[in-house]
Design a protein around this ligand. Sequence first.
Ligand code: ZN
Ligand code: ZN
Length: 827
Amino acid sequence: MSVKYDHKEIEPRWQQYWEDSGTFKVTEDSSKPKYYCLEMFPYPSGRIHMGHVRNYSIGDVIARHKTMRGFNVLHPMGWDSFGLPAENAAIEKGVHPAVWTSQNIAYMKHQLKRMGLSYDWGREITTCEPAYYKWNQWFFLKMYEKGLAYKRRSSVNWCGSCETVLANEQVVDESCWRCSSAVEQKNLEQWFFKITHYAEELLSGCDNLPGWPERVLTMQRNWIGKSVGVEIDFPLADSNIPVRIFTTRPDTLFGATFMSLAPEHPLVNELIRGTETETGVRDFIERVKRQDKIVRTSADVEKEGVFTGRYAINPLTREKIPVWVANFVLVEYGTGSIMAVPAHDQRDYEFAGKYKIPKRVVIQNNEGTLSVDSMTAAYTEEGVLVNSGQFSGVKSSEAIGLIAAYIEKEGMGKCTVNYKIRDWGVSRQRYWGTPIPVIYCDKCGTVPIPENELPVLLPKDVAFTGKGGSPLLQSREFIETRCPACDGDGRRETDTMDTFVDSSWYFLRYCSPHSDKFPFNSNHISYWMNVDQYIGGIEHAVLHLLYSRFVTRVIRDLGLIQNDEPFMNLLTQGMVIKDGAKMSKSKGNVVDPDYIIETFGADTARLFSLFAAPPEKDLDWNDRGVEGAHRFLSRIYRKVAELAPFFNGLPDSCPEGELPADLKNLRKAVHQTIKKVTDDIDVFHFNTAISFIMELVNNIYLVPVDGRTGDKVFLFAMKEAMDNVVLLLSPFAPHISEEMWTMLGHEPSVLKYKWPSCSDEIASEEERIIIIQVNGKVRSKIMVPAGSGEEEIREKALSDERLKSFLGDKTPKKVFVVQGKLVNIVI
Ligand SMILES: [Zn+2]
Ligand SMILES: [Zn+2]
């Protein structure tokens, strides 16, 4: 038997074994509890990177551990394979996106198999295949029928470099989420999914996801952006036409000294038509419309406006207040107009200061010291109402409800709820995506494709020039078609769907990947869903993770599933960094997984990526750490190889008789390690779990072997230790574990064996060390029985000889006992 650990020989052999014997294949089995473990599927960009290695290693440990704990584990993998890079490759290299994509998938699949990941490849899905995207189209039609997919002209985010529209969720810091180019605004006819219909449910659902990181939930709540407030009518002074505003602060209504309208507000035209302010206001509006909306509303941008020359009446004070147009008011939010309270709103404060509009304090601070003259910023805290008619003297927190109710009672407005979230724009002006299944007919208008004509296939023979927009615009064969309603001439929609549509339900498809009559089989869904553990990057917090929660609810409301939420538990892993920066080609700090697997083996790559940091933290790549992980595997392999030949014909239980102290300690260490590793894996502390296994291997090495290989008691204890090391190690380093498992005389696969359980009797420590401190400095140690009481420990400490000789004739002033740990004596 070779004692040299040869990963190059071991790893491919076990991969072949797993494939040949279908080790990772699963089907529904009602006799077992199920567990659905899912990592976010990759975009097939060409090769896997270290971030993938980390993500999938985490998922694989969880999947393998749960399998050994008796769960029927669904652990699938697939390809999020529509998207822009394939199309760009077609333009640059002249290779068709379909060819480029399938080449990449083939290579990356080979890489994933080399990592020894326990995927059921029989469930692989590829979103760019018609068998998959047909169902995107089917959902689109169902949503269209229910009014959840609709088309309208709107101002949209446009990335000039990607030549396509972006959803609000895909604009990050005013730039494209993919290529970081600046985003501009364009007016286009677009298809939308009505995510706003589910705004309240998506928000309240956040409270039912205790297994999600709070940070992600906060990002979703903020993105949905609910605000409860009041809509109030401010009648125009000379016409009585009401201008409706939305505010979350009706308690400040008496302090409203002007109004601001969005430049796009439909009433603005009417207000200025034929007046002497008309030209000035129009110039201002034209200028503001060209500015980016996100920039316009950010806190550090100069507040600008123009007076319309008109006045409105504050409905509570009956005062005439000027009506302005201001850059920071958006027509999409609330009613597109606001009451301005400069004393209690910072934007209004800055605006009023710039244009010399009066301010009025209506909420007094607790000290009663607030005055317009002494203010240097708006007062936005709570306080007591002043200058507020019948509401003066009321606490501001109470006044919000009281004034809102008064407004409603007097017919001046109504209480309402507002959300920041906007409908999801899903039209993309690109080729490599799901065709939107709609036809335009001059006679019939917008006509959905009949279900039985799905899928609408992407035409293959199109030219990729990189110019003139989507290649679909040039494909007459694709565009020109019959109208399904009147059989006259029809034109196909040339926009394709946002690829985030593909990934918003793929986790359902894994449950029945080959279903062809329906997107999935509902029996399979009810067995496997929800996803018990989802693992991926935090960058998807408001994109993919919100869309998936939305689409899951849509599919539920189509009557196809019963689930509200797709993912019960979410783990967001940190980045892989090297030399202080995220690995990237441009920084030249990329470590290639192929190189690591070739040189050190997949088991080493997995072990290192799990050992170097807890999963949610960034992982700092460290070559010496990789070598250390490899050395550890070699070390345990050598010990197994050394002793395995003596393990034949051992009894199943520990032979009778007194164990020598070193073996007794070893058995205790084994069982304590089982407990610690199991507990740590359950809470994803993989790094500490691995270090406990390493510690146990050190303990094994401490037991002398010489002259004992004929001793059954010795052999039993050593084999017990090694069996357990291998079982505990197997989720992290599966290939070497399979190898050692057979060396120890077991049948493969180790994955079919039960996860070890800890014997409390063996693991319980019979004695504990108690440290004795005098004035905070360690002076002695004593051993006490585990579970000793405070009084017992105190007595034993005070009778300790070392302590007595240290104290001499001094009498302790105080004795503190920290149970089970230490005694501190003050003299
Ligand atoms: Zn872009
Ligand atoms: Zn027609």
